[in-house]
Design a protein around this ligand. Structure first.
Ligand code: CAA
Length: 306
């Protein structure tokens, strides 16, 4: 089924919002994007242009021509009003900070500003779609679903399409069709804390943190063990540094609060790093002092002979 939409309104232009906007634009979709912070709009655009998976690098690596990159960039319109971003839209994708009240507020406004039957999708990674949608009318709840991309979204092939028991079947099909147009593989998931991939991925990260805290092995050796022993492309700490340690912390807080499962209680070491400003790999995480590797003064696997 061809994509039922050709324009997507993105709310939140951080690490994920900006890269998803790029993915959509390079796949031929027009995008309007909004962020509450003007500085974030600028740094997001910088990521689209100059990021590791951004347009300039894609041209340099001959993944696209200069003309294709220019066309992709011209398809992204940045706006500083949520109303203008959603007006006349059939598809709104929210990618703001993992805060329930913020997401609910955005959805309540988007439901008014966007077209009457617009799909309201969230890229949340660990807040449940049911909790975001619970305060809305049944008609609006039927249009709310999860569309969960993985970082870096230009590269990672998976999108979790998350439905609640009230999400309309047609909404799910339309999101799946959009994924296919982006050359992604959708996996349909019934809403539950962490969905599928993070439920498993965060369990691995939690176990790795427990080994680190017990002094069983170093950050680098744990990462190497999972890379070389299990064939993971990245170990759990490198991956934490890539996705952002503040996000990882919020992910675990949300999953712990939803499940009360001790496995997901945020590790002390993670809380300490975040409170000291270690928010992840400074190459991708603006304003961060570093991630696990900078904190422990280690080289990431791949940065030397590892
Ligand atoms: N558009 C499309 N593809 C692009 C691209 C673009 N703009 N820019 C790069 N690529 C593709 C390239 O085609 C390249 O493939 P080829 O090698 O075939 O050319 C591919 O990206 C990889 O590029 P790299 O040179 O960076 O390759 P790498 O081998 O160093 O891989 C990595 C980097 C993809 C990040 C890899 O290390 C990896 O898969 N890491 C794990 C990432 C992961 O697990 N992500 C999930 C995080 S959890 C999450 O996001 C969920 C959450 O809610 C928090």
């Amino acid at each position: 089924m061809p994509s039922p939409v050709n324009h997507v309104s993105i709310v939140g232009f951080g690490l994920m919002g900006a890269q998803i906007a790029q993915l959509l634009a390079q796949s031929g979709f027009s995008v309007s994007a909004y962020d509450v912070s003007e500085a974030q709009l600028h740094s997001g655009l910088d990521l689209v242009r100059k990021g590791k998976y951004g347009l300039e690098n894609s041209v340099a690596k001959r993944r696209m021509t200069e003309e294709e990159a220019d066309n992709a960039l011209s398809r992204i319109i940045l706006l500083n009003s949520l109303e203008d971003t959603c007006k006349g839209s059939d598809f709104v994708l929210e990618a703001v900070v993992e805060d329930l009240d913020t997401k609910r507020e955005i959805f309540s406004k988007a439901a008014v500003y966007a077209n009457q039957d617009a799909i309201l999708a969230s890229n949340t990674s660990t807040l449940t779609i049911s909790r975001i949608s619970e305060s809305f009318s049944p008609k609006v709840r039927a249009r709310i679903a999860g569309m969960h991309f993985f970082n870096p979204p230009q590269v990672m092939k998976l999108v979790e399409v998350v439905r609640t028991r009230e999400t309309n079947r047609e909404v799910v099909s339309k999101i799946e069709a959009l994924c296919t147009s982006l050359h992604k593989t959708p996996v349909e998931v019934l809403d539950s804390p962490g969905f599928v991939a993070n439920r498993i991925g965060i369990s691995v990260f939690a176990e790795a943190s427990s080994l680190l805290e017990k002094g069983i092995a170093s950050v680098r050796d744990i990462d190497l063990a999972m890379r070389l022993g299990y064939g993971y492309p990245m170990g759990p700490f490198e991956l934490g540094d890539l996705v952002g340690l503040d996000s990882r912390l919020r992910n675990m807080e949300a999953m712990y609060s939803d499940t009360q499962d001790e496995r997901f209680r945020p590790p002390k070491i993670l809380e300490k790093l975040v409170s000291e400003g270690y928010l992840g790999d400074p190459k991708t995480k603006r304003g961060s002092k570093g991630g696990y590797y900078e904190y422990f003064g280690l080289k990431r696997p791949g940065e030397d002979n590892g």
